[in-house]
Ligand binder design. Structure first.
Ligand code: PLP
Length: 457
């Protein structure tokens, strides 16, 4: 695979502030060589990412080996919510690693300390959990639990409902439940008991003249018309917001879904991989909808660092499969990290900080829109998760992927590292610990990048 961004170093102005430093051409000389070596030995998505060699990261900064320092607007894709290499996290990992480096699913004290803290911190209807390593495993787990539950009601009740465009991971079940249909050809068939609803994008809702609740019910009628026996729905797997654009469902749409599911004994599992652990200014993103979840699928920010994923749920659901095992699930280091992560979130009030900094961010991004009305469309998100739609000149929902990527590339040259969605949206997700000054400086860099590129035509 070839690198997606140009690897030819470009001379750029030197940058030196308390928050970022650029002292070489960008990509830094040396970057191309390491990326070429990766390409020779790995079929890696590393090559589709921004050309920065991550050498070290601390707080809200990423360091390459050549003296450049970026403000991180990715949290390494929503993992390091509590900041890179938080000292409390490092200490917890150090202490645990000196004691016990692996434990399979044998009982350990760190495991129960972590789980007790997790259950105490999360909504009260979530009383038990299972532990895994990757997000996609946790999605698979939620699917299995929903089906096991369906079978307790009716031996043939096993339909899982997902949404077009949603993502739950790249193993087979998670991918089938997800709605990125063009990526599933390799599977060769679709489980007829995994079905999808159209996603209620804001532009669809606006044109429909229907409330969110009416749209949900209309889409459910559509499923039935396609021959799906909706009485056999075991559960819904819901990505809390669609990742590429920070696109939430209408609140009354989710309320209608909750009502539908509760009436018929179906379950709601929220995929909080990106949304969880304070990202959107609530502990879990689904809490914005004002409803309860039956299962919550967590990964990424759950540990702020090492591989850990969790399915949290009502105790009766988690207990449906007590014999599950996962060799590295509940790894002692992951449990130590998960516990330290919760302690940091609490001690530093990071959920509230995310909400507060989100308001600062919202205000800045709306200022960009006022300045570049032809190039900025929708601004979606909450807390420290934002999707900014970069449009073709004045075309509200027609996204300009090339222009968006050029903004990301220009910001990179100036010391801000952001997420490349490849969809025409700027997706912003800094660590929740980022100081206000660094956050605002990073946002100003993006504004400056847009201004330059607009002026260059
Ligand atoms: N679900 C969502 C919403 C995600 O964003 C991701 C990863 O990006 C996953 C599931 C899969 O997680 P993992 O890559 O840890 O398997």
């Amino acid at each position: 695979m070839d690198a997606v961004f140009s690897l030819a170093p470009v001379d750029v102005p030197r940058v030196e502030t308390p928050h970022r430093r650029i002292v070489t051409p960008i990509p830094a000389p040396g970057t191309a060589e390491i990326m070429a070596r990766i390409g020779r030995v790995e079929s890696s998505s590393a090559l589709s990412q921004l050309p920065v060699i991550w050498d070290r990261a601390e707080g809200y900064n990423i360091f390459d080996p050549w003296g450049n320092i970026w403000i991180d607007f990715t949290s390494t894709i929503f993992v390091t919510n509590c900041g890179h290499a938080h000292p409390h996290l490092i200490e917890a990992i150090r202490v645990q690693s000196e004691k016990l480096l692996h434990s399979y699913c044998y009982p350990t004290e760190i495991r129960v300390r972590y789980l007790e803290k997790l259950i105490a911190t999360t909504p009260t209807n979530l009383t038990k959990a299972s532990l895994f390593s990757t997000g996609t495993e946790a999605s698979e787990r939620a699917i299995k639990l929903m089906r096991l539950y369906g079978r307790t009601l009716d031996p043939v009740r096993k339909i899982i409902v997902g949404w077009d465009g949603n993502f739950h991971g790249k193993t087979m079940g998670a991918q089938m439940a997800g709605g990125l249909h063009d990526q599933k050809a390799w599977i060769g068939y679709q489980d007829p008991n995994m079905v999808h609803l159209p996603f209620p994008y804001p532009w669809v809702v606006e044109k429909s003249n229907m409330s969110g609740a009416e749209i949900f019910n209309h889409h459910m009628d559509g499923l039935a018309e396609k021959g799906v026996d909706t009485d056999l729905i075991a559960g819904f797997i819901v990505e809390t917001y669609q990742g590429w654009g920070g696109i939430f469902y209408p609140r009354d749409y989710v309320a209608a879904m909750r009502e539908w599911a509760t009436k018929r004994g179906a379950l709601l599992a929220f995929d909080e991989m990106q949304a969880g652990f304070g990202r959107t200014g609530r502990l879990f993103g689904y809490q914005h909808y004002g409803i309860d979840a039956d299962l919550v699928i967590c990964g990424k920010g759950v540990s702020g660092s090492v591989p850990l994923s969790v399915v949290l749920g009502r105790g009766d659901l988690i207990d449906l499969d007590p014999a599950y095992t996962s060799t590295h699930g509940g790894h002692p280091i992951a449990c130590a990290a998960g516990l330290a992560n919760l302690e940091i979130l609490e001690a530093e009030n990071l959920v509230e900080e995310s909400r507060r900094k989100g308001e600062l961010t919202r205000e800045r991004i709306h200022r960009w829109k006022a300045r570049f009305p032809k190039r900025i469309g929708r601004i979606l998100g909450d807390g420290l998760l934002w999707g900014v739609f970069i449009t073709k000149e004045g075309a509200a929902d027609d996204l300009d992927i090339a222009f968006c990527d050029s903004i990301i590339g220009r910001a990179l040259q100036k010391g801000v590292f952001s997420i490349k969605t490849g969809r025409g949206t700027l997706k912003l997700g800094p660590p929740l610990t980022i100081p206000d000054e660094a956050l605002l400086e990073g946002l100003d860099v993006i504004e400056e990048s847009i201004a330059e590129l607009v002026a260059e035509g």
